[in-house]
Design a protein around this ligand. Structure first.
Ligand SMILES: [Zn+2]
Length: 307
């Protein structure tokens, strides 16, 4: 079976304004780079889905408020750094739609594993708050969908974006069906992610990293991710794939190389293959140096193909 990449055309219509780091070129360059993998990957387009699934992780009031906040023209700020334009609504829905489609395709055994190359990202969005470039919490909706639609009781979310996924943590803090594991620079934006934040059912594992952490220290810490995964024995693994722990990323200070994202992927897939038949769907979160981002995403997808 092949690895698939799901993207959308609408990500290009999510206009964050000039100079914003979460820009259209991010996905455009990743997709161009991934074309180099030729027929090793299969391309799919994001599809529509039943929007009621959003209510599994977001408050109804928030969803209503957000749907009314997409401007007809120009841009609108949802928080200090989360900007939306008229095209953002469909882009945001298609980002969620990509992970929903990806899950269905993996459960139907059509593909080996899947990477969703979409924007806006999701892991900072809380149940009732847009934040940090994120509107809907894509990966959280994916976990909610696995539980609601397929009756899964053990879903793991691994988040190696350099920022803590405060939204994902908030949404699942009291949910024993979801394990959330995050490696992130700390103390740093968004301020959460202390190791004492463990979830009501010990279902959260935060691995804070000092600024200037190198790859050796990173991978030593990553052993904790692997052993937590092995203990939890998930039925399905979702990845919040941010590539901003790259040494050249302008928004953080962790020193990974592009190839290190191959190694991260390989280590996760070793567990996935052993425990959950390799069932993995990965979705893009951050990554803001365009060159580092496209290279890192390339090595991640290569890792999905080869392991
Ligand atoms: Zn990030």
């Amino acid at each position: 079976m092949k690895t698939a990449v799901i993207t959308s055309t609408t990500y290009q219509n999510h206009d964050t304004g000039p100079g914003h780091p979460e820009q259209t070129a991010r996905v455009k360059l990743i997709n161009k780079e991934l074309k180099k993998l030729g027929n090793q990957i299969h391309w799919l387009n994001s599809s529509s889905f039943d929007h009621s699934i959003l209510e599994e992780v977001h408050d109804k009031k928030y969803l209503k408020k957000i749907s009314l906040n997409f401007p007809k023209d120009g841009t609108q700020f949802l928080d200090g750094d989360t900007v939306v334009s008229s095209g953002s609504k469909q882009a945001a829905l298609d980002a969620v739609g990509s992970i929903i489609l990806g899950i269905d395709k993996i459960i139907n055994k059509e593909f080996k594993n899947i990477f969703c190359s979409v924007r806006p990202p999701g892991h900072h969005a809380e149940s009732n708050k847009a934040m940090g470039f994120c509107i809907y919490n894509n990966v959280a909706v994916g976990a909610g969908y696995l539980i609601k639609k397929y009756g899964y009781t053990k879903v793991a979310i691994i988040d190696y974006d350099v920022h803590h996924g405060n939204g994902t943590q908030e949404i699942f803090y009291n949910n024993p069906n979801v394990l959330y594991v995050s490696t992130h620079q700390y103390p740093f934006y968004p301020g959460t992610g202390h190791q004492d934040e463990k979830g009501l059912f010990n279902n959260i594992l935060n691995i804070p990293l000092d600024a200037n952490t190198n790859n050796e220290v990173f991978f030593n810490s990553f052993d904790k991710v692997i052993s937590k995964l092995k203990d939890f024995k998930p039925e399905f693994i979702l990845l919040s794939s941010g590539f901003d722990a790259h040494t050249n990323d302008p928004l953080a200070q962790i020193n990974l190389s592009s190839k290190d994202f191959y190694e991260i992927t390989k280590r996760i897939l070793m567990v996935a293959n052993e425990i959950c038949d390799g069932k993995v769907v990965s979705i893009l979160e951050g990554g803001y140096n365009l060159n580092a981002l496209k290279e890192s995403a390339y090595f991640h997808v290569k890792g999905l193909i080869e392991n």
